[in-house]
Design a protein around this ligand. Structure first.
Ligand SMILES: NC(=O)c1ccc[n+]([C@@H]2O[C@H](COP(=O)([O-])OP(=O)(O)OC[C@H]3O[C@@H](n4cnc5c(N)ncnc54)[C@H](OP(=O)(O)O)[C@@H]3O)[C@@H](O)[C@H]2O)c1
Length: 284
């Protein structure tokens, strides 16, 4: 049995779907089962990464855990899960971390949270695999309202290139680590096949959508205000903006071979991701 946390989110749901295809028994830990909208054959349990008492039942009979945690609570939540997993006799834990957790120079909040979470997992003594993606291709979905309304992508750091990765490839690597041997103690930094600036991503989206789109560079302050407008909490908006500023650093533009090394096939391109998500840029 594999326990998946973050099962209602982007990567967690992709992990669930891939494990189902393999026929692997899956349990999902979710905060609100009534709105989780998961397939009927998934064993859904109510739990919260911040409530250790809910983790023991969720981990009963589990061999491996996919640990997805988010936000400032990452260090505490990762420590909770690792400790409960050891107590439950879990064999292996695969943590979704951040590419920049491996950047020694990165002192901004999100990589620091993940570094502390990784440390808690390592210190627990469980067998672990760290999956460290660079920026997700799916972050481009934040541009969908502007594309639908005014054919315009408004984003900061126009000179910054990120080797964005498809969440499906992240899930594929995580599932390999969860279901195959030989991944314990490994750290996989994941990228897509190409580093792209937001203007270049806009050009690819325009080709996929078959109409001209405009890229407009905005200031970091404007982007911060937009995040608040999306309902992002102020401390999280600060953390995200600190992370976005690092698009100007070379670390995030490096292409890594790990997706192909682990899955045996090359990572999907941004054009492939955009084609798969075309409808979300066209209709609400
Ligand atoms: N976006 C990027 O570019 C990027 C790059 C590298 C790494 N990352 C990392 O990727 C992770 C986010 O992945 P994602 O985008 O797939 O996630 P997501 O779509 O934002 O979903 C977050 C998931 O976590 C669950 N969750 C939140 N708090 C919880 C709690 N206290 N107890 C149990 N479950 C909880 C949510 O469940 P509910 O349904 O209950 O809300 C949801 O399923 C973060 O760790 C982030 O740092 C992101």
């Amino acid at each position: 049995m594999i326990l998946v946390t973050g099962a209602t989110g982007t990567v967690g749901r992709a992990v669930i779907d891939r494990l189902r295809v393999l026929g692997t028994p899956v349990r999902a830990l979710v905060r609100r089962p009534e709105t989780a909208n998961l397939p009927a054959d998934i064993d859904v349990v109510r739990g919260d990464l911040g409530a250790p008492e809910s983790l023991a039942a969720a981990l009963d009979g589990v061999d491996s855990v996919f640990l997805l945690s988010a936000g400032p609570e990452i260090p505490v939540h990762d420590a909770n899960v690792a400790a409960a997993a050891i107590r439950a006799g879990v064999r292996h834990l695969v943590k979704l971390s951040s590419g920049r957790a491996g950047d020694e120079a990165a002192t901004d909040p999100i990589p620091a949270w993940h570094r502390a979470g990784e440390q808690a997992v390592r210190a627990s003594g469980i067998d672990w695999t760290m999956v460290r993606p660079l920026g997700f291709m799916s972050n481009a979905l934040h541009w969908a309202p502007g594309i639908r309304a005014v054919d315009t992508v408004r984003a900061p750091y126009g000179q910054g290139r990120i080797a964005v990765v498809d969440p499906e490839d992240i899930a594929a690597v995580a599932v390999a680590a969860l279901t195959e041997t030989g991944h314990a103690g490994r750290i996989y930094t994941l990228s897509g096949p190409q580093a792209l600036a937001p203007g270049e991503q806009t050009g690819i989206l325009a080709e996929v959508l078959g109409r001209p789109l405009r890229y407009e560079e905005i200031s970091a302050a404007e982007a911060h205000t937009a995040l608040l407008g999306f309902g992002v909490a102020p401390d999280m908006a600060d953390a995200i903006m600190s992370l976005r500023a690092t698009a100007l650093e070379s670390f995030t533009s490096v292409v890594h071979p790990s997706v192909e090394e682990v899955t045996g096939r090359p990572p999907r391109s941004f054009a492939e991701w955009a084609t798969a998500h075309r409808a979300e840029f066209v209709t609400v």
